[in-house]
Write a protein that binds this ligand. Structure first.
Ligand SMILES: [Zn+2]
Length: 76
């Protein structure tokens, strides 16, 4: 797999904090162990900032789905 230098490597060792549970955001790694993403998931619409994988799956995605379903079709 080709390595893309999109991010500063120093930034990728930082551990960010989940805005929803205050836990650590997991580093996502390629199969060969290189961190390629450490900023988790967008926590909106629940909060501004980033959240961890668990919160994304258990809180953010359900909130987005229910917000989407709740809105239905709106015409301005
Ligand atoms: Zn979390």
């Amino acid at each position: 797999m080709e390595q893309q230098d999109m991010f500063d490597k120093d930034e990728l060792v930082e551990v960010h904090t989940c805005v929803l549970c205050n836990g650590d955001i997991e580093h996502q790694k390629t199969p060969d162990g290189q961190v390629f993403w450490n900023r988790g998931h967008n926590a909106e619409p629940l909060a501004e900032g980033a959240c961890c994988e668990v919160c994304n799956n258990t809180k953010v995605i359900p909130a987005r789905l229910s917000a989407y379903i709740g809105k239905g079709e709106q015409n301005d």
